[in-house]
Design a protein around this ligand. Structure first.
Ligand code: ADP
Ligand code: MG
Ligand code: ZN
Length: 604
């Protein structure tokens, strides 16, 4: 068999995606490999296809038990013999796995990195033929990354203790050059084939909204997405609790996850979500790495994360199956303060300069009118077209408003407050004065007696904040970094005294961003899928998943179901044509799905 028949027969795919073939070829020719592809890019296949072609057993290092088990289940359901060894197994189970491996019955063996430090494991491994060792989530080896795992550092020592050095292949979605370098050095990769496919995720639709109130906005977003699976990230545990309770009260089927819950509760929550028993996961960023669920169709951030790396990683959990998915961030002015507190671990004081810089880039993302995808790719240093056409800003309708009068009110307020007190104050207090607030400090300082007090009483706070952002962008005001006070900028005088006009571009909010994937689809769909057929196929998938006790995406991905609905195959041969359907799955599930399709056709 060659790599193409493996790809078709086991995984049901017609062609390799960009980068996959080069990595597979490199590995098969005996070279080390470094594969850097975005989440959902298809890294697993790059070592799974060689594993099926090489003699012996391929070792795969994977950081989390849940990830390993998921992969093994997926492989087994595709007819590939695979197993894993981890600390959750009984000695009896481990022995069974070892016996299978020794008899040469496993093509792939997944292990946690901790296992490599075990002397007994090393002895057993030394007796095996191991042509290839794949290190998944290889960024865990770097202290510069987000998920450093010290035991990853033991991999190189383990490899050099083996009687024959296997080919080493490392995979990660992490973008930074520093981490990439670290991976090569720490793993001691030798002249590896490098494939870096870029970080863009064309099937993700990015959007930022600045609603006056977040909860109603969230409810509206979720209402539009009923029946789809998604994650709502909150910055704090208490937000998770509040949002979760509210969603359940409103009839959404939501699970929750944060570090304050005990292990058992977290496990149940995660499973409920993974098995589609609950549609929505409300979580802090503690919910993450172990999630390989491919059919997450949206990720909504209820709060702004502390930097764009975290944001992209979390948002990137949507659409792993290549289907269109949305990533929406709900931004509010309070998010910046919360992020600052999280950065200092609640101890107050100043965050580190580097952290602040990253936070500022995140805030810029929330405020910009430029292409959102472009902003992200800029951050990771990847060139891109000016407009992607597939984000809230590229698709948004903008209106330009003349806000000169409001600008003058704000600027003179800043000036008056400064004249009265002899020093500058922060933006929050200025906004209070303008909106005629009754705060304690405001009264104490006598700011309610200023002529600018209450000038913008009619304007919502978020709106006044938006004016301020616009003035800041136009250099009429600036925030002095040390005490975060708001000061008049170089252009303030022109606006106050020389009639210069100020315009604000604001997006006219529009619901329902229909996400259109721009990545070349893995294959051209025969016709747009029929929605009633698609939902019948989904129901069948749910039924089979329950029956077999596996998550639904293990049976077929959303992408496979969509292709199936588009093709509506009539015969087992036609069924095999569906993308994502290999021989074993066709044999196992073909009959059931063909029956559903036949029944649908009858009813037409
Ligand atoms: P990663 O580990 O890079 O995040 P995965 O290996 O989990 O991504 O693959 C993501 C999805 O892409 C899976 O659903 C997989 O079936 C699909 N996929 C991978 N390679 C191909 C291909 N050549 N053609 C079609 N689908 C593919
Ligand atoms: Mg992966
Ligand atoms: Zn765009």
């Amino acid at each position: 068999m060659d790599k193409f028949s493996i790809l078709k027969q086991y995984f049901g795919h017609d062609a390799f995606r960009p980068g996959q073939e080069a990595l597979v070829d490199g590995i098969l020719s005996g070279r080390d490999a470094l594969g850097i592809m975005p989440t959902g890019g298809g890294k697993s296949l790059c070592y799974q296809v060689p594993a099926l072609l090489l003699p012996g057993v391929t070792l795969v290092i994977s950081p989390l038990i849940s990830l390993m088990q998921d992969q093994v289940t997926a492989l087994e359901s595709a007819g590939v013999s695979a197993a894993c060894l981890n600390s959750s197994q009984s000695p009896e189970e481990s022995r069974r796995v070892w016996n299978r491996v020794r008899r040469g019955e496993c093509c792939l063996l997944y292990v946690a990195p901790e296992r490599l430090e075990n002397q007994r494991f090393l002895e057993l491994a030394a007796s095996l033929e191991i042509p290839l060792m794949a290190v998944d989530e290889a960024h865990c080896i770097s202290q510069w990354g987000q998920d450093f795992r010290p035991s990853y550092l033991k991999i190189a020592a383990f490899v050099s203790a083996l009687p024959r050095r296997p080919v080493l292949a490392a995979f990660t979605a992490t973008a930074t050059a520093r981490v990439q370098k670290d991976v090569v050095r720490q793993l001691d990769l030798r002249d590896p084939v490098r494939v870096i496919t870029g970080f863009d995720r064309p099937n993700l639709f990015f959007d930022v909204r600045r609603p006056r109130k977040k909860l109603p906005e969230l409810l509206a977003l979720l209402e539009e997405r009923r029946g789809r699976s998604g994650i709502v990230y909150c910055a704090t545990r208490s937000n998770v609790e509040r949002v979760w309770a509210e969603l359940n009260r409103r009839g959404f089927s939501a699970a929750r996850y944060h570090a304050g819950l005990d292990e058992e509760e977290r496990r149940v929550s995660q499973e409920d979500f993974q098995y589609d028993r609950r549609q929505i996961m409300v979580a802090t960023n503690a919910f993450g790495m172990g999630i390989d669920k491919s059919n997450v169709s949206f990720v909504i951030h209820y709060n702004m994360p502390k930097n764009l790396e975290s944001y992209y990683q979390e948002a990137g959990r949507a659409g792993r199956d290549g289907e269109a998915a949305d990533c929406v961030l709900l931004y509010g002015a309070g998010d910046v303060a919360t992020a600052r507190i999280l950065l200092t671990h609640g101890e107050g004081g100043e965050p580190e300069p580097r952290e602040l810089e990253r936070l500022n880039a995140m805030v810029d993302y929330c405020k910009t009118n430029d292409c959102l995808r472009g902003r992200i790719l800029d951050y990771f240093g990847q060139p891109h077209p000016e407009r992607c056409g597939g984000c809230g800003n590229c698709r948004g309708v903008f209106s330009q408003a003349d806000i000169t009068t409001q600008a003058q009110m704000i600027l003179s307020c800043i000036k008056r407050v400064r004249d009265r007190l002899g020093y500058y104050v922060g933006a929050a207090l200025i906004v209070q004065v303008l909106r005629g607030g009754h705060g304690h400090r405001l009264k104490e300082l006598g700011l309610d007696r200023l002529s600018t007090y209450g000038l913008m009483r009619e304007e919502p706070r978020e709106r006044v904040r938006a004016y301020l952002d616009c003035l800041e962008a136009g250099e009429c005001v600036y925030t002095e970094p040390e005490h975060a006070t708001l000061r008049l900028g170089p252009r303030a005088g022109a606006v106050l005294f020389h009639g210069e006009r100020v315009y604000m571009l604001s997006r006219v909010e529009r619901r329902q961003p229909e996400a259109v994937p721009e990545r070349k689809p893995d294959r051209i769909p025969a016709a747009p899928p029929d929605q009633s057929l698609l939902s019948a196929l989904r129901a069948e998938r749910t039924r089979l998943a329950r029956q077999e006790g596996v998550p639904p995406y293990i049976i077929f991905s959303n992408a496979a179901l969509a292709d199936m609905a588009a093709r509506a195959p009539r015969t087992p041969e036609e069924f095999l044509e569906v993308s994502g359907v290999g021989q074993v799955k066709a044999r196992r599930y073909g009959e059931a799905f063909l029956a559903v399709i036949a029944a649908w056709r009858e009813s037409q």
